[in-house]
Design a protein around this ligand. Structure first.
Ligand code: MRU
Length: 350
């Protein structure tokens, strides 16, 4: 297949006013087909989040904010019932995917907005503010992180952390896009990211479309390439970061971090403040989503495991803070010791 490098439609867009609808680029069909879902109800948004039509921690948060508008709108409550409805709708959205804290963060912000101004146009304005802030925070991560990338570097990344994972340029990929715009020339190794292939299907597409040299590798090839000094640095995103710096990201991230530590290769994490969870002291209690075993036992719709054999499918793993050289956030770079740096950042607002 020749890569489809037509410009991608927006990952997330709201069309119209409070009676409008949500558009999501259906990422399950990429890179083959650019299909935009038009969603006018809460169930459609929850289904899109569960099926990974929209995915990536910040993008899930923005989609959920618009899902709140759709859910509250259908209930068409009187002002005094709107807050209760917002809470119920928010609980349904939050249950759609448990690991990325941006989802609960966006829902909570929408509930607080409903308490302060219980009217649908105000809720839509809040969702649009969350959307715009995410775009701006991606640019800031790019600016703060771009000097970590040097000329001639080979950068390893895992999963997809770009325009398809956020409402803007991305998290880890925003750093790469910003470095490239600045004129730094480097190349990227994208882990394919089994089982759903976000690296192969999405990251490679986004980087190639931006003109950045990229090659896809099997996840299991990463450690060997790191050991053979064929990786200058690794940079990944995060779905939830505890206040000590332990973080959850796509399954396979921990193995990359361990290999980097074993061979003295810098390992960076890029994430906005909304991905930090002020309630968690460390990574032990981060909820890890277990997805359907068929994502492992079948490939491209065909069984690859003999009938009757089961599978485990944790979608995320937790990497200890000690393996991270720095966090690139929308508030700046955080370096060890992470505890005080994270707490100070969270005091200045999420
Ligand atoms: O299951 P996904 O595709 O939603 O997982 C996404 C990731 O793990 C990303 O690395 C993470 O959300 C950071 S993206 C900006």
């Amino acid at each position: 297949m020749t890569a489809n490098l037509q410009p991608l439609p927006p990952t997330i867009a709201w069309r119209g006013g409070p009676d409008g609808h949500l558009e999501l680029l259906d990422q399950t069909q990429l890179p083959h087909r650019y299909h935009v879902l038009e969603l006018g109800d809460l169930e459609g948004v929850i289904d899109a989040i569960r099926r990974l039509s929209v995915r990536g921690a910040p993008a899930i948060g923005v989609a959920a904010a618009y899902g709140m508008v759709l859910g509250v709108r259908r209930a068409a409550p009187m002002a005094n019932a709107l807050v209760e409805t917002a809470r119920l709708v928010g609980a349904k959205l939050t249950a759609a995917r448990p690991t990325a804290v941006n989802l609960a963060w966006a829902v909570d912000r929408m509930v607080q907005a409903a308490i302060a101004r219980p009217a649908l146009p105000d809720l839509l304005r809040e969702a649009q503010a969350i959307h715009a802030e995410d775009e701006a925070s991606c640019l800031r991560m790019g600016e703060f992180g771009c000097d970590l990338i040097g000329a001639g570097d080979t950068v390893l990344t895992h999963c997809n952390t770009g325009r398809l994972a956020t409402a803007g340029d991305g998290t880890a990929l925003a750093v790469l896009f910003a470095a490239w715009r600045k004129g730094t020339r480097f190349s990227v190794l994208a882990d394919e990211t089994r089982p759903l292939l976000q690296g192969a299907r999405l990251t490679a597409l986004e980087l190639a479309a931006a003109g950045i040299p990229v090659e896809v590798i099997a996840d299991g090839a990463a450690a060997g390439l790191i050991a053979r000094r064929q990786v200058s640095l690794a940079i990944v995103g995060a779905d939830r970061i505890a206040t000590n710096g332990d973080f959850a990201n796509k399954v396979g991230t921990y193995a990359v971090a361990l290999a980097c530590a074993a061979h003295g290769v810098p390992f960076y994490v890029a994430a906005p403040a909304s991905t930090f969870d002020p309630q968690l002291d460390d990574g032990r209690h981060i909820p890890i989503e277990e997805r359907d075993a068929t994502e492992i036992t079948a490939f491209a719709g065909k069984p690859v495991v003999a009938a009757g054999i089961g599978a485990r499918n944790p979608a995320f793993d937790v990497t200890p803070a000690g393996l991270v050289k720095a966090f690139v956030t929308d508030h700046g770079l955080l370096r060890p010791p992470f505890g005080p740096a994270i707490k100070q950042m969270l005091r200045s607002g999420r």
